[in-house]
Design a protein around this ligand. Structure first.
Ligand code: DQA
Length: 147
C-alpha cells in the first residue's frame, strides 16, 4: 500500500505593537476592520494554506515567535509596527532564520512622518509591501505562495 502525504503550506503572520487595536485605533489611517475579521476572510481565500496568527506588543516575544517558526514555516509576514523603525534585535532575528520574511505596512509609511521612512528590518526581508491597507497582508501571502 502506498501512502501519499500532502504537506500543507504554513505561513505565519506576526503583528507587533498596537496592532491589536486595529479597527479602534486611528481609523482614518488603519481602517475600521479588526485583524481577526480580516484573518477569517484571508483564510477563506487560501483554504489549503495554514495561516497562523500571532500578535504581541513586546519586542522579545516577537523575537521568540520568529525563532520558533523561522526554521519550520514556509514564510513569515510581519508588521512590526513602530518596532520596524527601531528594532535591530528584530532585524537580527529575521536575518538569523531560514524562512522568507515579508515586511508589511497597512499605511503608506513614505507619505507619513519622516521617522517612518526608515525600516531597520527591510534589508533582512525578502521584500516590503506598504500602503495597500489590510490588502498588504494578502499581497505578501500571495507572494509567499506564488513566488
Ligand atoms: C504601521 C506603520 C508604523 O509606522 C506604525 O508604527 C504602525 C503601523 C502600518 O501598518 O502602517 O504601528 O506598521
Amino acid at each position: 500500500m502506498f501512502l501519499i502525504k500532502f504537506e500543507v503550506m504554513k505561513i505565519q503572520i506576526i503583528n507587533g505593537p498596537n496592532l491589536n487595536l486595529l479597527g479602534v485605533r486611528e481609523k482614518s489611517i488603519y481602517g475600521n476592520t479588526d485583524f481577526e475579521s480580516y484573518l477569517t476572510d484571508l483564510r477563506k481565500r487560501y483554504p489549503v494554506v495554514e495561516i497562523d496568527y500571532y500578535q504581541s506588543n513586546v519586542e522579545g516575544e516577537i523575537i521568540n515567535k520568529i525563532h520558533e517558526v523561522g526554521f519550520v514555516n514556509d514564510g513569515i509576514v510581519i508588521n512590526a509596527g513602530a518596532y520596524t523603525h527601531t528594532s535591530i534585535a528584530i532585524a537580527d532575528a529575521i536575518a538569523a532564520i531560514k524562512s522568507p520574511v515579508i515586511e508589511v505596512h497597512i499605511s503608506n509609511v513614505y507619505k507619513r512622518e519622516e521617522f517612518r521612512h526608515h525600516s531597520m528590518l527591510a534589508a533582512s526581508c525578502k521584500g516590503v509591501i506598504a500602503g495597500f491597507g489590510m490588502d498588504s497582508y494578502r499581497l505578501a501571502v500571495e507572494n509567499l505562495i506564488n513566488p
